[in-house]
Design a protein around this ligand. Structure first.
Ligand code: HEC
Length: 117
């Protein structure tokens, strides 16, 4: 029964596994080629822009669009918020924390200068 349940979860809900098990990375965490366009922005679109779009930003924070995110990245607020560091509001608000791997991607991207790559 448990094995069948596991199969159903991984078989049917694979594409939303990040939402079901936000801290599970399924063993896949490729940190060798982290880019804004392929790695970072998809996470931001998925988890942040619903509240921080250019037109409807909560808290006057905008994560949508490269230059807005770059500003947050270079100020330290982006990593502080997603890593739930003290002194920052924990993000995403009202949702599960990003996966460890996603947080690592963001840390690496910021450390490399938050480039538009
Ligand atoms: C459900 C809505 C919601 C979602 C989703 C959300 N935020 Fe926020 N965020 C807010 C609100 C509201 C504030 C302003 C109030 C506050 O600071 O808590 C805020 C504030 C922030 C701040 C400022 C924090 C600080 O301490 O100054 C940052 C940075 C931020 N969000 C980044 C993000 C990122 C990155 C994501 C996605 C991983 C995200 N947010 C997802 C609602 C949201």
């Amino acid at each position: 029964m448990i094995a069948a349940g596991m199969w159903l979860v991984s078989g049917c809900y694979y594409d939303v596994s990040q939402n079901l098990y936000p801290n599970a990375d399924n063993g896949i965490c490729d940190t060798t080629n982290v880019t804004y366009s392929k790695t970072i922005n998809p996470i931001i679109i998925d988890r942040c822009n619903v509240c921080h779009s250019v037109n409807g930003s909560l808290g006057n924070i905008k994560t949508e669009g490269y230059s807005n995110l770059q500003t947050l990245a270079l100020s330290g607020k982006l990593y502080g918020a997603v890593s739930h560091s003290s002194g920052f509001s924990a993000m995403p608000r009202d949702g599960s924390m990003l996966s460890k791997c996603q947080i690592t991607y963001i840390r690496l991207w910021v450390a490399a200068g938050a480039k538009n790559n």
